[in-house]
Design a protein around this ligand. Structure first.
Ligand code: 1CP
Length: 355
């Protein structure tokens, strides 16, 4: 394999010195980019884009052609696992993801098979190895999965939800059914991420987008315990190189100590916590990733630069910070504003790394 030319992202996660703060953006390949929209319409629909190796590789590389980003993220989706479990994923225009056969009862959960990722999700592994080859060592490639809890919300609700009525009812009425589902998902996610590491992913991130809707006790029982199990089951040593693991729980700011204690290398932060406070609480254990409010990208360039400067200042001197948004970039953002944000990080951060 080609040698990596830019290691900033990996080094910051492993708390090695860097010359400036590395940056990537959640959903950096996405609808805010006209070139993404063009490739997606060429593919036909979203899942066809994920399943087309060449086009999935193309959209992964598009943001790197525009901006000096320090990492690429596999173009795929978290819902590939439930799709491989046979739930029948589809996307209705403007309506988000839906399942033809959602999970309703214990028998549905018992019928589910844990996918063999190398075989049943081969299209994802093909995308990983193709992207790795096409990156030519420019920057590292991040693989990812949803957390068991977050995947379960979509599988039980049948799609996106605002109230989480069905899955919370299941948690209270039939906790053993939900635990069986979460166990199968934890096993699936472990295998899926290990297969991505085998195929060439150089770091992996677990998205727990909906962990924050739980009470502290339920978060521990239904989300964090399963993520911890996954972290301990990952093969994070690849040819002598450490593959860092990042956990991102949206709305998880109150539980940082518990998240950091799972054995992960990095904790992703949303924008509702001050990064300096997060560093004081867990910065001796893990690296931090985040955490600009994505809505700041609607603001004028000067305001964007000011926010970047505030966050860099709050984190303070030294390594262990990967700059990111606190959640995904939205389709309404002007690509030029994304550029202002990324350039602000590259221009303003070197002074925090002079020893
Ligand atoms: O219309 C389109 O083109 C589809 C929009 C889209 C995109 C660009 C979806 C559908 N998924 C993706 C790609 C995607 N999804 C990536 C690619 C890599 C990147 O550039 O970051 C990643 C990492 C995801 C992960 C994902 N999918 C999450 C977790 C992260 C997060 O944003 O919280 C979730 C919750 C999903 C489900 C999903 N898939 C797509 C949508 C619109 C959604 C969210 C639905 C909802 O809000 O409930």
């Amino acid at each position: 394999m080609t040698e990596l030319k830019n290691r900033r992202y990996l080094d910051a996660l492993l708390k090695k010195p860097v010359d400036r703060t590395p940056i990537w953006m959640m959903r950096q390949a996405g609808r805010y980019l006209p070139e993404y929209r063009a490739t997606r319409s060429q593919a036909g629909d979203f899942m066809s884009l994920c399943k087309n190796t060449e086009l999935a590789c193309e959209v992964t590389l598009q943001p790197l052609r525009r901006y000096p980003l320090d990492a690429a993220i596999l173009f795929s989706d978290i819902l590939t696992i439930p799709d491989a479990m046979g739930l029948g994923l589809y996307f209705e225009t403007g309506e988000g993801p839906k399942f033809e056969r959602p999970i309703n009862c214990h028998a549905d959960v018992e019928a589910i098979k844990v996918p063999d990722s190398a075989k049943d999700l081969k299209y994802v592994m093909d995308a990983v190895s193709t992207i790795r080859r096409e990156l030519k060592g420019q920057v590292p490639l991040i693989g990812f999965s949803g957390s068991p809890w977050t995947l379960a919300t979509y599988m039980v609700e049948g799609g996106s939800s605002k109230t989480f009525a069905k899955i919370k009812r299941m948690a209270f009425e039939a906790p053993q059914t939900l635990h069986l589902l979460l166990s199968k998902l934890a096993e699936s996610v472990t295998d899926y991420l290990n297969a991505q590491i085998d195929a060439g992913a150089q770091a992996v991130q677990i998205f727990d987008t909906w962990g924050g809707v739980l009470t502290p006790r339920d978060y521990r029982e239904f989300s964090l315990d399963y993520m911890e199990k996954i972290v301990s089951g990952l093969n994070t040593n690849k040819n002598g190189e450490k593959v860092p693991v990042i956990l991102f729980t949206k709305g998880g700011g109150l539980w940082l100590e518990n998240i950091a204690a799972t054995g992960c290398d990095g904790v992703g932060l949303d924008w509702t916590i001050d990064i300096g406070e997060a560093r004081r609480r867990i910065g001796d254990k893990v690296a931090l990733q985040g955490n600009m409010d994505p809505a700041i990208l609607y603001a004028p360039p000067e305001r964007i630069r000011q926010e970047v400067s505030t966050i860099l200042d709050s984190y303070g001197q030294g390594t262990g910070h990967v700059f990111n948004l606190g959640h995904g970039i939205t389709p309404e953002v002007d690509p030029e504003h994304a550029g202002v944000f990324i350039n602000a990080v590259t221009e303003l951060s070197p002074k925090y790394h002079q020893s």
